[in-house]
Design a protein around this ligand. Structure first.
Ligand SMILES: Cc1cc2nc3c(=O)[nH]c(=O)nc-3n(C[C@H](O)[C@H](O)[C@H](O)COP(=O)(O)OP(=O)(O)OC[C@H]3O[C@@H](n4cnc5c(N)ncnc54)[C@H](O)[C@@H]3O)c2cc1C
Length: 322
């Protein structure tokens, strides 16, 4: 079922989570190991991230540096199909990005999704590779996620890149997009970011999943600003529990987010990563409970390949009687 239909058909907050494909050379078994302990909480959908290729410098024994282009986490499409068929009760939501894709590549990826019976996807621009400061689209690729969303929803209308095709089929994709309660890092201000978020919705996106945040007030304010902007689609909060002590310095740098002072002090007082892991679970449980009371459609957790914390949060939040 499409994510939007799941939301519309439910009167309760749903549970979902995001997975990263395994590092190149590692087995899909790790994916199942993350999913299995979370299945008892009836996830509605599982997202699978997409990682474009990046440039690395490999040092040879001679001291020479070799420039190499690699994809560290390939396999999004195949992993999505594997999840879909191994866990038939759960919808899979592969991420599709603009980076590294020409429009034609995108069209072929959409054919693959359609042939595999995958109906849901999250349409994103993608981050610039670590070696670059700014995002550079592929030749004849999309510069912004709105263009990608439009291409996906065009296919739903039977519109393909090749205008000469006749008697084309229509897909029935449901596409979500990313939103940033604390503003996207490249955006000059919130008003501009909201304007372009609206453009993605006008292009046919049916829901928003937010970047992680640690202060629910940021989410509540974001929802209000979106509604004032005329964005009416469901806004799914994305949550990432703190797992190590250094998260409080790394996450703000990487994701352009603030961490509330109470949480910073709580994590700083931890004497080990194990304690910080526990503090992260406690904080996420409190955040989740407040978000459920507010009436969020779905709680979406970024697992980063760790399920123990998400299992304990889900147990407290979705299965409190156990
Ligand atoms: C839930 C979630 C999941 C994610 N999953 C992945 C993933 O799997 N793989 C990955 O690589 N990255 C992922 N990301 C990161 C995301 O790709 C980056 O944050 C990226 O930098 C922006 O992507 P976007 O789709 O929000 O871009 P866009 O919506 O295109 O916006 C990018 C920036 O451009 C601005 N903008 C948009 N349209 C215009 C326009 N027409 N003119 C001028 N400015 C404009 C926006 O305000 C914003 O600042 C994810 C992010 C989130 C929140």
């Amino acid at each position: 079922m499409k994510v939007i239909d799941q939301i519309n058909n439910s009167s309760q907050t749903l549970f979902s989570f995001e997975l990263l494909p395994p590092l190149k050379g590692h087995n899909i078994a790790g994916i199942y190991k993350t999913i299995d302990p979370l299945m008892e909480f009836n996830p509605s959908f599982i997202n699978v991230t997409y990682h474009q290729q990046e440039v690395i410098y490999k040092k040879h024994p001679s001291g020479l540096l070799e420039k190499k282009t690699i994809r560290k986490r390939p396999g999004t499409v195949a992993i999505s199909a594997a999840i879909k068929y191994k866990y038939p009760s759960v919808e899979v939501v592969p991420h599709l990005i603009c980076g590294g894709f020409s429009k034609e590549d995108t069209e072929y990826a959409l054919f693959d999704f359609h042939y595999l019976g995958i109906q849901n996807m999250l349409g994103l621009r993608g981050d610039p590779p670590k070696s670059l400061r700014t995002f550079v689209p592929e030749k004849d690729g999309h510069t912004f996620a709105s263009g990608l969303v439009r291409q996906i929803t065009n296919m739903n209308k039977g519109i393909f890149l090749d205008e000469d095709l006749e008697n084309t089929f229509r897909t029935d994709f449901c596409v979500g997009v990313a939103g940033y309660p604390e503003k996207h890092i490249e955006s000059p201000n919130m008003a501009s970011d909201l304007h372009y978020l609206k453009e993605k919705i006008d292009a046919g996106a049916e829901y928003i999943i937010t970047q992680m945040f640690f202060d629910n007030q940021k989410y509540f304010d974001f929802v209000r600003l979106c509604r004032e902007e005329g964005i009416t689609v469901p806004i799914i909060p994305g949550l990432k529990p703190i797992t190590t002590k250094k998260d409080i310095t790394i996450l703000p740098q990487v994701f352009n987010i603030d961490i509330p002072d109470t949480l910073v002090r709580r994590v700083q007082a931890c004497t080990s990563n194990e304690e910080a892991f526990e503090a992260g679970i406690e904080w996420a449980i409190a955040q989740s409970r407040e978000l459920i009371d507010y009436g969020v459609p779905v709680l979406h957790y970024f697992t980063v390949g760790i399920s123990e914390n998400i299992r304990r949060i889900a147990e407290a939040v979705f299965n409190p009687s156990k």
